[in-house]
Design a protein around this ligand. Sequence first.
Ligand SMILES: [Zn+2]
Length: 66
Amino acid sequence: MNCPLCNSNDTGKVGTNQYYCWNCLVEFSVQGAGAYTAYYVDEEGTLIALSDLVQKSGTLAENFLG
Ligand SMILES: [Zn+2]
């Protein structure tokens, strides 16, 4: 499974259709071909959808999305 954000294969499966990218430190869930939701995991382990981050801070999300 390659990370949909950075295309790295340095990912680990963390659940059903859920993966964690060790390169961009983002968890993502795959909904189907080409469809995914990416989450930033904060220091408390809380998952924050990157779409939420975009709304809160465009600059931060841009950093994550490269
Ligand atoms: Zn990645």
